[in-house]
Design a binder for this molecule. Structure first.
Ligand SMILES: Cc1cc2nc3c(=O)[nH]c(=O)nc-3n(C[C@H](O)[C@H](O)[C@H](O)COP(=O)(O)O)c2cc1C
Length: 206
């Protein structure tokens, strides 16, 4: 077997390939739309990914219209990321809801005073938790996009203050990433996969 350690995994090998080994951060997309139904199906899968205290702070804006795309482009720093965003059939602004605790009666009924605990916490504590857990949900979203047979290209090099002021003027949402989504052009990106660290680089046993 090419990967002896694969014998330890129970997920079908082709699914492993689709979600991880064969998936790349494509930078060019085919002229094929991504529908709301596809996005909904992705969410209905990845919403089951866990977050701390089931906070689920991720909120998302589907950028489809020309004016909205134009606004988004203004906030992206690198020209290659601008070009990629312009060419993607769908761009998704992934944000963190800094008031996630207001939903705790629905999302974490097992702890009736959860909302109060976070309401009384410093706003920096809430913000840090919202942003961290939104990033975790961002990761689930990326893998979910791959499960739909699409490619996801996250961009975080944008003017965060300007994008937040433009898209989230109420101050209750904070963007964590823009994710371009679409059917990749075969062979994109046109450079070799950046190497991953080895198990021995990452794990020690204590
Ligand atoms: C959270 C996150 C943020 C990223 N931000 C950017 C970015 O701002 N600009 C960019 O060109 N690529 C960005 N990337 C793409 C990464 O460089 C790419 O996913 C990584 O090098 C792995 O590439 P591969 O999927 O081809 O193996 C980002 C990826 C992630 C997951």
């Amino acid at each position: 077997m090419e990967h002896p350690d694969l014998a330890e995994l129970v997920l079908a090998e082709d699914a492993q390939d689709m979600l991880f080994r064969d998936a790349r951060t494509a930078t060019e997309f085919q002229d094929v739309p991504v529908s709301d139904a596809q996005v909904r199906a992705i969410y209905e899968l990845v919403k089951h990914g866990p977050t701390a205290m089931n906070q689920q702070p991720m909120r998302a804006v589907l950028v489809r219209s020309e004016p909205a795309r134009g606004r988004l482009l203004e906030h992206i720093v690198e020209n290659n990321n601008k070009a990629e965003t312009l060419a993607a059939p769908l761009s998704v602004v992934i944000a963190a809801d800094l008031d996630f605790h207001l939903r705790f009666s629905e999302t974490f009924p097992v702890l009736p005073n959860a909302e109060q605990v976070y309401a009384e916490a410093k706003s920096e504590v809430r913000t840090a938790s919202a942003v961290m857990n939104a990033h975790i949900q961002l990761a689930y979203f990326i893998i979910g996009v791959r499960a739909a047979g699409l490619a996801a290209a996250p961009v975080t090099r944008f003017d965060h203050q300007a994008l937040d002021a433009d898209f989230f003027p109420g101050g209750k949402l904070r963007a964590v990433a823009v994710v371009n989504v679409g059917v990749p052009v075969p062979g994109s990106p046109g450079y070799p996969r950046p190497p991953r660290l080895q198990y021995e680089d990452v794990f020690i046993t204590a």
